[in-house]
Design a protein around this ligand. Structure first.
Ligand code: G3H
Ligand code: ZN
Length: 287
């Protein structure tokens, strides 16, 4: 079944690599990410946004589907199922639905309120053996309706939240959801370094993993990033492969319109993309 992300991320900090969180949208996404993790012998985190949870009819359906897949596919590597950018109410729903990990995105609240709500969720997570991710500063851009201003985190606020006992911390360091604009200034390693100095061994989370150059990813890992979130890049890989299949007229040949055939190139592309990221993050063989 699922594990909390706590142990896999502590190991990642100690081993100087990062575990990928890959967002899921449906059965194909979930299956390909799980198969990639098994092939790579890598721990993995399945990310579920509130929007994707709704799309899949609800968090209970998502947890039941992913849990059954782990069993029926014979997945042996550690798998966490994690609410991505959750509201306080969304976090409570995922606790009830059997998730093993949640992110409370309290970045829109004043720090005092973020602290209070985070404390309450820590208590619940401890009781349930779940892991909790908190966010300080904000991730720029938009993901599934969650819009962030993109301001860099205040390292002292990061320490304040880390000291509450969260399991992982997402600090805004100039990262952006979706495609990076041509005039992007890059990650603020100065902020990341300052956050790490104050938070010690706390696993740090890098959101907006799509399109960050490899050398920046490696530098971020060297500065304590132990979890990297990737969403858009899998969507782009799926869309490109599906478009190619249709543009080549393969949906019109034989039974190429059968959804199991129509979705296969996109599904294969997701698996290849996840394997590529696991290699880059250094998590291959770490399960
Ligand atoms: O929370 C999920 C992510 O931060 C993914 O960002 O869509 O830019 O890869 P991305
Ligand atoms: Zn994110």
């Amino acid at each position: 079944m699922f594990v909390s992300a706590d142990e896999m991320l502590k190991k990642a900090v100690a081993g100087h690599y990062a575990v990928g969180q890959f967002n899921i949208n449906n059965l194909e996404w979930t299956k390909e990410i799980l198969l990639a993790a098994e092939e790579a012998k890598s721990p993995v985190i399945l990310g579920v946004s509130e929007g994707a949870g709704k799309y899949m009819t609800g968090f209970k359906t998502v947890a039941a589907m992913a849990g059954a897949m782990i069993e029926e596919l014979g997945i042996t590597v550690p798998v966490a199922i994690h609410l991505d950018h959750g509201t306080y109410e969304g976090c409570l729903k995922c606790v009830e639905a059997g998730f093993s990990s949640i992110m409370f995105d309290g970045s829109k609240y004043p720090i005092e309120e973020n602290v209070e709500k985070t404390k309450e969720l820590i208590k619940i997570c401890r009781e349930k053996g779940m892991s909790l991710e908190a966010e300080v500063g904000s991730i720029g851009g938009e993901e599934d309706g969650v819009i962030g201003a993109g301001e860099c985190a205040d390292p002292k606020e990061c320490k304040m939240i880390a000291d509450l006992g969260v399991d992982m911390l997402a600090a805004g360091i100039g990262n952006i959801h979706g495609k990076y604009p041509a005039n992007w200034q890059g990650l603020s390693f100065e902020t990341l370094d300052a956050v790490q100095q104050l938070t010690g061994d706390m696993p740090l989370v890098l959101h907006g993993g799509t399109g960050i150059p490899d050398d920046m990813i490696k530098k971020a890992i060297s500065l304590g990033v132990a979890k990297i979130n990737v969403n858009t890049e899998c969507q782009l890989a799926f869309a490109d492969a599906t478009r190619k299949y249709i543009e080549e007229g393969k949906d019109l040949q034989g039974k190429g319109y059968d959804p199991r055939k129509l979705l296969k190139p996109g599904a294969d592309a997701i698996r290849a993309k996840v394997l590529e990221k696991m290699e880059l993050f250094g998590s291959v063989g770490k399960a």
